[in-house]
Design a protein around this ligand. Structure first.
Ligand code: T1G
Length: 703
């Protein structure tokens, strides 16, 4: 049987037709695939010699689901639900043979078949909720019919991959490996000839009290946790329709809810973010012949909190790490902290004790630079002071082998200046981890002026190896993330001076979807961090006498945040719960009076605009200066590094949704309405003006 498709083939083996998907890289169920499957099915159904049909994949995974790049519209016939309903209504039995992962529409394709076989180590999922939508090709109606309400809700509301071994009702056979899959699938198909088609839609469900209780509990739990996130509640509604409506009505209800979600800014934001995260992997303009170097041994300079966290990333990836401290005591303390972290993970069941020992065995400690002569990469995580960094880099330059990469974890210092302390600036790069370094997914990869393309490619590849999201940025104060967070923190502090309480500011920002507000975040991180940065930047802020004066007074009074039991908020021993302290607003009132600032009632909207729009404006300047290559790279940095809500897509996507003309108008409003302060800090970026005037978006710069 021959069909005219480049991405789907069908062949006859005895009385069985084998349909194979082959749409690299992930068998996204694009229009061409859907057309190919329809054609192949029709060919198999009309061939009298065929008595059963098997659908499988030629790629490592079965299918990643619907082609997300098609969501922007176009003529998408035949739609996926139509194709899957056609498969389910086939007159001959259809078997899905899962050789690898099946996600979204890929799993829905398997659920629309009559029988299912999978490799037992496989995982499947319905991750549509991460795209701000819900399974739209029958998954919410078929999965509960093959499992139960709780399993279906867990998979669809969380979007998490699930081992097929936990889905016994869904799969008729689990096979040992890809090698045994074909034979087992064929056997299931031969048995199916006698049994005939077995449409899942013919399984009836009813909403009994126990099931209803599951739905009620789920709705309550999700309402509390979802923080304004739209899709999860719609997922629950769709699954419930499987219990309260006949199958076809349930499909119609699923389609209605799917479109409701698809039309939200949240869905646009999350689909934007899906591609933004992947686009960050691609760095345009690098020398195609530059090859990434292999990294088989790493050194970390500094065994403190950051150094230890960084080291864990490499041990977790099975890469041996040498940790250097000049004093054995500091080394012992650092290694003991790492062991404690691993043992805590083991207590939570995330690691076995063998894994703890295996990872610890990859970590060794040295006190002498000469021990670093054979490492491929060094990452320094020492005190944030230029003279200390330069000392370390000149020592590394002396002892490390040619071709070893010398990386700094600095979060604010000039990497070009650090590179000049070596004879090999082409091998110097910034690897800016976020604390806690073994947890936070973001890795800002900072290219200095002389960093070679080989070193950049090595760093980008290494990010994936240690399961980080690497984003390439340029050298400036604070690179991208910290440069933008500085204006956000400045504005929050200024608003407090003008009369907004920390609780009000934090509440407004949490309503946007951030995990915590700027004042709670500052207390957690330590107010002394910002204080020292301000001390090092006096020239930059000397023109603004109001710049974080309350925070400065708190730090000088020892109120450095959670670790001291008091910062902007008060903390009871052992508690991280912030408690408002009226004394802080008394300080603010006193400082405001000294500075001639008249305090006033400030609206939530003004707080939101003044914290977020300058952050966006700074992002526009970062783009204009070429410090970030894409607006979407800034979004990736903000979501993974600072908790910007993914259902807003990141600050630049959020600005596109608000409309750049509106952002510009509000920047100009504060520029004129906040006196000298507004003139200094609310000057709109030229890029923001240019895009707004041309009625364009930041995302138009991503292509
Ligand atoms: N559509 C389009 N492109 C996709 C894609 C998809 N579903 N999945 C991956 N890609 C691209 C990706 O952009 C990248 O492109 C390349 O493939 C490799 O991806 C009706 C509506 C499967 C776990 O949400 O989770 O079905 O950057 O780097 O790390 O109910 O891809 O190379 O140009 O991620 O090996 C639901 C999304 C869709 C799964 C593989 N499905 N994909 O991870 O590779 S909506 C999903 C993933 C749906 C139906 C609904 C992962 C992966 P480029 P990658 P990976």
């Amino acid at each position: 049987m021959q069909i005219d498709s480049k991405v789907v083939s069908v062949e006859q083996k005895d009385n069985i037709a084998l349909i194979t998907l082959n749409n690299a890289p992930v068998n996204a169920l694009s229009k061409a695939v859907r057309q190919g499957v329809m054609t192949a099915m029709q060919a198999a159904l009309s061939n009298d010699g065929v008595e059963a049909i098997v659908i499988t994949s030629a790629l490592p995974l079965f299918s990643a689901g619907a082609d997300i790049s098609e969501f922007s519209g176009g003529n998408l016939e035949p739609m996926l639900p139509e194709v899957l309903n056609f498969i389910e209504s086939a007159s001959k039995p259809v078997v899905a043979a899962l050789n690898g992962a099946a996600f979204g529409g890929g799993l829905e394709l398997a659920l629309a078949c009559h029988y299912r076989v999978s490799v037992e180590s496989n995982k499947v999922g319905l991750p549509e909720v991460h795209l701000g939508i819900l399974p739209g090709a029958g998954g919410t109606q078929r999965l509960p019919r093959l499992s139960d309400a709780k399993t279906a809700l867990d998979m669809i509301v969380s979007g998490a991959p699930t081992p097929v071994t936990k889905l016994s009702g869904v799969f008729d056979k689990l096979t040992a490996s890809v090698e045994t899959l074909a034979a087992d699938a064929q056997q299931v198909a031969l048995n199916a000839i006698a049994q005939g088609p077995r449409p899942v839609s013919e399984i009836n469900l009813s909403l009994d009290d126990d099931t209803n209780a599951v739905f009620n509990a789920y709705s309550e739990q999700v309402t509390q946790k979802s923080k304004g996130f739209f899709a999860p509640l719609k997922c629950i509604e769709a699954v419930k329709a499987a219990y309260t409506m006949p199958f076809n009505d349930g499909l119609a209800e699923e389609a209605r809810l799917f479109m409701q979600c698809m039309e939200t800014p949240q869905a646009r934001a999350q689909q934007h973010f899906f591609f933004a995260e992947r686009a960050a992997n691609h760095v345009p303009g690098l020398d195609k012949n530059a090859q990434a170097r292999s990294i088989s041994k790493v050194a970390i300079i500094g065994a403190g909190t950051m150094g230890g966290g960084i080291a864990m990333n490499f041990a977790n990836a099975g890469i041996p790490v040498v940790m250097l401290e000049l004093k054995q005591e500091a080394l012992d303390k650092g290694l003991a902290l790492i062991r404690r972290n691993y043992e805590n993970s083991a207590k939570k069941g995330k690691l076995t004790s063998e894994q703890v020992e295996q990872r610890m065995s990859l970590l060794t400690g040295v006190t002498d630079y000469d021990a670093l002569s054979d490492v491929d990469l060094v990452i320094e995580a020492v005190f944030e002071k230029m003279s200390v960094k330069k000392e370390v880099f000149s020592a590394l330059d002396r002892v490390c082998k040619p071709g070893a990469i010398l990386a700094t974890n600095t979060s604010t210092l000039d990497i070009n200046e650090i590179a000049e302390a070596t004879s090999r600036p082409q091998d110097v790069i910034g690897l800016h981890f976020f604390s806690p370094a073994n947890v936070m997914k973001l890795l800002e990869i900072v290219r200095a002026d002389k960093t070679s393309d080989e070193v950049i490619k090595t760093a980008m590849k290494l990010a994936k190896t240690i399961r980080k999201v690497g984003v390439l940025v340029g050298v400036c104060f604070g690179f991208v993330g910290n440069r933008m967070i500085e204006v956000y923190g400045r504005e929050a502090n200024r608003l407090m001076l003008e009369g907004a309480t920390p609780e009000q500011v934090d509440r407004v920002i949490m309503q946007l979807g951030m995990p915590m507000g700027p004042f709670t975040m500052g207390d957690m991180a330590g107010l002394d961090i910002g204080y020292f940065v301000r001390q090092s930047r006096k020239a930059f802020i000397e023109h603004d006498p109001s710049y974080c004066v309350v925070a400065d007074e708190l730090v000088e009074a020892g109120r450095v945040g959670l670790k001291a039991g008091k910062g902007v908020y008060l903390y009871e021993a052992g508690s991280r719960k912030p408690i408002a302290d009226p004394e802080v607003m008394e300080i603010a009132a006193r400082k405001a009076k000294e500075l001639g600032i008249e305090q006033r009632e400030i609206s939530d909207q003004e707080i939101l605009e003044r914290c977020i729009y300058p952050l966006i404006n700074e992002g526009a300047d970062i783009l204009r200066e070429g410090i970030a290559g894409r607006a979407s790279d800034i979004d990736v940095i903000y979501v993974y590094g600072y908790g910007f809500p993914v259902f807003r897509g990141g600050p630049m996507q959020y600005a596109d949704e608000v409309g750049l003309k509106n952002v510009l108008a509000r920047m100009r409003h504060y520029q004129s309405s906040l006196g000298e302060y507004g003139k200094q800090w609310f000057a709109p970026s030229e890029l923001l003006i240019e895009l707004a005037d041309q009625n364009k978006t930041f995302s138009s710069l991503n292509n």
